[in-house]
Ligand binder design. Sequence first.
Ligand SMILES: [Zn+2]
Ligand SMILES: [Zn+2]
Length: 111
Amino acid sequence: MKFCQNCGTRLKLKKIKTDDTVTISLQCERCGFTAPVDEPITKPEAAPSEEQIKVVSEEVDIKTMPTIDEKCPKCGHKEAFWWLLQTRSGDEATTQFYRCTKCNHTWREYA
Ligand SMILES: [Zn+2]
Ligand SMILES: [Zn+2]
């Protein structure tokens, strides 16, 4: 979990689509500050961000999840596990999560 350097608001993951690539970055919803997501590029086996790992390990058993034809934004592999999750606040919409079957990169889909 990361916080904004400017105002201290918790940063949220944002998915930015350009022509043929998808970039995930952290964004402050209050002042618009953005920061790159810390993802070690030289160590694909390293864990994704703390929050994502926590969500996965506490609430779903990834091995039982169905797979979908979805492109991994990290390695480009075209198959991912997917599941739906209600966020903690309860009044937000259900979020769809994906996890790459190849490199275990985990990301979420914003409706
Ligand atoms: Zn901010
Ligand atoms: Zn991948």
